[in-house]
Design a protein. Structure first.
Length: 230
């Protein structure tokens, strides 16, 4: 038997499975992340007011009750965010991996990274700054209707904002951890407000990406195999 030298085998075989259920689960998790981020922004603003008064006028200008309330809100918001993020990460990665395998069914040779990177690419240092975006773009291209424009505008916007959220979040957390004076705490909370606000935008764009890819894959699967060129 003569083999095509340009063909490369796919192992294990890719099987088409509906991304709809996992897609909606991921969207629900991202919605919960947005809700906890909104709560965190409110807690940040309350804390910002307290730390601002402390920085300007000292502890005598702020009651213990007000300080305790701000501390409780701030701590509760942080816990709520962790509780929301952990299951959402699991759901999103499950959806992402399934979308990647489905994309391989639609276009076996249009992927620059193996399907294992759909999970590993998020956790390996340095490459996690661009591998997930590249994999998403390949999924997008393979899932798009045949002959339709393949603009990556939404993917690029989501990834840019997500990177900003990731980097700013780490910076804000370090400032918050190292803050000792009232002014340093006030400045750290300002960064935390910005971090939580950017995270809301990133999560909203992630919702748009999940919904769009899920819809494209569902519609492409329902349409059946593309007609062969005449």
């Amino acid at each position: 038997m003569i083999e095509n030298p340009h063909a490369r085998p796919i192992a294990p075989a890719a099987w088409l499975r509906s991304p709809v259920g996992l897609g909606w689960a991921a969207v629900g998790g991202l919605g919960l992340v947005i809700a906890t981020d909104l709560f965190a922004v409110w807690a940040d603003l309350v804390t910002l007011g307290v730390t601002g008064d402390l920085a300007d006028s000292g502890f005598g200008a702020v009651t213990d009750e007000r300080i305790d309330r701000a501390d409780r809100l701030y701590a509760t918001a942080g816990i709520a965010q962790v509780v929301a993020v952990v299951p959402t990460v699991v759901l999103f990665l499950c959806w992402f991996h399934r979308a990647r395998v489905n994309a391989e069914v639609f276009d076996p040779y249009g992927h620059r990274k193996g399907r294992g990177w759909a999970i590993g690419g998020w956790f390996v240092p340095v490459v996690n700054l661009w591998f997930p975006r590249r994999i998403t773009a390949d999924i997008w291209d393979a899932s798009a209707p045949v002959g339709s424009p393949r603009s990556h505008g939404l993917v690029n916007a989501w990834w840019a904002v997500w990177l900003c959220s990731f980097l700013v979040g780490r910076f804000a957390a370090r400032r918050d951890r190292d803050a000792e004076t009232a002014q340093e705490m006030h400045d750290a909370v300002r960064w935390m407000v910005f971090s939580d606000a950017v995270d809301i935008v990133a999560a909203a764009l992630a919702v748009a990406v999940v919904l769009r890819v899920t819809r494209m894959q569902h519609e492409k699967a329902m349409a059946g195999p593309a007609p062969l060129p005449v």
